[in-house]
Write a protein that binds this ligand. Structure first.
Ligand code: NAD
Ligand code: IPM
Ligand code: MN
Length: 357
């Protein structure tokens, strides 16, 4: 089998730091990958005035998968390309507890669910504008109080698009994942989260579409919660979830909350799938408050690489990487600062590599 071609794009802030150690682990473990590391992000921006030079984009087009660190300023251009231009409409954010990780819960053992965030529409990418302009364009629109928009005076609006096609494709993916997980011994349940009590039409369509798709698969259970209630349930009953599916911004917010259940943003990985080229990134951002200090926790990036290996069919390598993460946390000798440890990013990565070799 030819080597899989990977492109590593660090991006901004802590992105390059977590990327460097992750690539070093993949290389030193001698996984069968060809990893390209084109200049991108802040460095490329300083050098050429462009965070995403043509060479980097070309490498992405020719690759099997892309690893991405984080975007803060300049690298937003990379994120826009990876998410929306490549149309990666699935944002899969697993929430799994590894014993030894720093959870605020008394008994986090056994938390293991998947959060699927619709990644292509909803409130993203921001479609906003001037309220006065909109009021003129749709001057005959009346809100639930019978008021036209000019009643409200100057301001801004944001559009939230929930389409039939966009919802059906994410619902089908949630069903497929729940079906696969059921065959591995998970409950086989799809939990849909909306605010359909208020957004009756848009969230109503999301809920109805998901429920219809789940109903087609007789072996699966279907569940729905309002997203505010779900925010509470995540903390109170985290082990009752199996596969969660929700719209874009609810998923964004709940992913950070859910990450805390199992040790925080330093640990939470993600995969963006379904488009022209899959890409893998931590849930966290550029962490400007700790960037450049050598203390960022690279686990989220490493577990994102594990998701990439799985996606590429490199199951043994994926398992080896995950086992090394689990072992390093379980031993607890070299944990990063966010986990209550003292290890630098590099010390942690070296300990993890020793656990693989
Ligand atoms: P953030 O995720 O960057 O940081 C939130 C907090 O978590 C900070 O205190 C940070 O130090 C901590 N943290 C995050 N990752 C960590 C890690 N691996 N190890 C230890 N601590 C970690 O969120 P923010 O501060 O809201 O956003 C900063 C910037 O990142 C913003 O510009 C935002 O838009 C961007 N962002 C980008 C992405 C992405 O590229 N996918 C995701 C989220 C935020
Ligand atoms: C994420 C981030 C992004 C989002 C930002 C950086 C656009 O918070 O990936 O979770 O809101 O989706
Ligand atoms: Mn986010």
């Amino acid at each position: 089998m030819p080597k899989k071609k990977i492109v590593a794009l660090g991006g901004d802030g802590v992105g390059p730091e977590v990327m460097e150690v992750t690539c070093s682990i993949l290389e030193q473990a001698q996984f069968d990958l060809e990893i390209a590391k084109p200049l991108c992000g802040v460095e490329a921006f300083k050098d050429r005035g462009n965070a995403f030079p043509e060479e980097a984009r070309k490498l992405c087009e020719e690759s099997d998968a892309i690893l991405f660190g984080a975007a803060e300023g300049p690298s937003i251009a990379i994120l826009v390309y990876l998410r929306w231009i490549l149309d990666n409409y699935i944002n899969l954010r697993p929430v799994k507890y590894y014993p030894g990780a720093y959870s605020p819960l008394k008994n986090p053992e056994g938390i293991d669910f998947l959060l699927i965030r619709e990644n292509s529409e909803g409130l993203y990418p921001g479609r906003e504008g001037d309220l006065r302009w909109l009021a003129q364009k749709i001057s005959d629109y009346q809100d639930p109080f019978g008021r036209t928009l000019d009643f409200y005076g100057p301001g801004k609006f944001a559009l939230r698009l929930i389409t039939q096609r966009g919802t059906e494709r994410i619902a089908k993916y949630a069903v497929e994942l729940a079906r696969q997980r059921k065959s591995q011994g998970f409950p086989g349940k799809v939990t849909c989260l909306t605010k359909a009590n208020v957004l009756r039409q848009s969230c109503g369509l999301f809920r109805k579409t998901v429920e219809e798709e789940v109903r087609k698969e007789a072996t699966l259970q279907s569940e729905h919660f309002h997203v505010d209630d779900a925010a509470r349930r995540l903390i109170r009953f985290p082990k009752e979830f199996d596969v969660i599916v929700t719209s874009n911004m609810f998923g964004d917010i709940l992913a950070d909350e859910a990450a805390e259940l199992v040790g925080g943003l330093g640990i939470a990985p993600s995969a963006c799938l379904g488009g022209q080229k899959p890409y893998f990134e931590p849930v966290h951002g550029s962490a400007p408050d700790i960037a450049g200090q050598g203390i960022v926790n690279p686990t989220a990036m490493i577990l994102s690489a594990k998701m990439m290996l799985d996606h590429l069919g490199m199951k043994d390598e994926a398992l080896a990487l995950e086992k090394a993460v689990a072992k390093t946390y379980e031993e607890g000798k070299y944990l990063p600062v966010d986990q209550g440890g003292k290890a630098s990013t590099k010390d942690f990565a070296e300990a993890l590599l020793r656990a693989i070799l």
